[in-house]
Design a protein around this ligand. Structure first.
Ligand code: SF4
Length: 291
């Protein structure tokens, strides 16, 4: 396989055929993200992509595929359609293809383009939200404010694709902790994705956020501060349709998997109890956290 640099994929795509179509991220400015810092964004040539699809298809009968890296939707729709058509021809058992969807890239697609992608097999889009608070999004240079994220989310849902979103606990620092948690909960409720995942910030040495932290300009909430954010977020997350919520990523202190709205109050009660007890033994040890 012609994998260049770090090839990342959502945890739920662990058993998918991973085909690297682009390298890096076209935005590459988020202050917390170190994944592609040294990597220039580019589109791999079609011959290489086809070779990778051939190789993967000969190895295993995959049911799902994921087109990496950070921003495949930025490519012309015809190019993505061509790649997906080849993939489905070589691996007819693949019933769902997924991509990461940068907000700007989603908005650029017309409803007709999104419908064509859906018809060709694009079944799920993973959108990194990080926060629903405008000031937090400005500070972390996410490149998209809440109203644009909402616009993109609705486009994906209207096209009939599954929408999976992630947010980041702690990304507002102690200064904006409450605003971040409350606004993010409301934002997720408004967008009501099919899947929502809360990760916890980890400070990576090659990032701007780390430099701010080292200079004392950014203070990370402590473990229970993170859990309090999660609590506030869920209290405000009044989804309009079923949403499977997780905070079981390796970066999180307390694993949660729940179906909202049904189990929302149960999760809030659990978080309140863990925060009340203040017992670190109930949380994942620091050395076991990872990205
Ligand atoms: S978080 Fe996503 S959009 Fe931001 S720089 Fe990293 S890969 Fe790109």
């Amino acid at each position: 396989m012609d994998y260049v640099g770090h090839v990342i994929r959502p945890p739920s795509e662990a058993y998918s055929m991973i085909i690297q179509v682009t390298v890096g991220c076209s935005h590459n400015q988020c202050t917390f993200c170190g994944t592609y810092k040294e990597q220039k964004f580019y589109f791999k040539d079609l011959a290489t992509i086809r070779r990778d699809i051939d190789e993967m298809s000969s190895m295993y009968r995959f049911e799902k595929a994921f087109l990496a890296d950070g921003d495949v939707l930025i490519l012309p729709t015809e190019t993505i359609l061509e790649i997906m058509a080849y993939l489905k021809k070589k691996s007819p058992s693949v019933v769902r293809i997924g991509v990461y969807g940068n907000t700007k890239a989603i908005i650029k697609k017309t409803p007709e383009e999104l419908a064509a992608l859906k018809a060709a097999g694009l079944g799920i889009v993973y959108q990194g939200i990080e926060s629903g608070n405008r000031e937090v999004l400005r500070r972390i240079r996410k490149g998209a404010f809440p109203h644009r994220q909402l616009e993109a989310a609705l486009k994906i849902k209207e096209a009939g694709m599954l929408l999976s979103q992630t947010v980041l606990l702690g990304i507002g620092g102690t200064e904006l902790s409450e605003e971040h948690a409350i606004d993010t909960g409301k934002h997720l409720g408004e967008m009501s994705p099919d899947y929502a995942g809360a990760l916890t910030v980890m400070l990576l040495p090659n990032t701007g956020l780390y430099r701010d932290y080292a200079e004392g300009k950014f203070v990370l909430p402590d473990k229970f501060g993170m859990l309090n954010e999660l609590r506030l977020m869920i209290i405000n997350m009044k989804v309009k349709s079923r949403c499977f919520f997780t905070s079981n990523h390796a970066s999180n202190y307390l694993p949660i998997r729940a179906s909202f709205p049904g189990e929302r109050h149960k999760v809030i009660a659990l978080l309140e109890e863990v925060i009340r007890r203040g017992d670190e033994k109930l949380l994942k040890p620091e050395h076991m956290r990872a990205l």
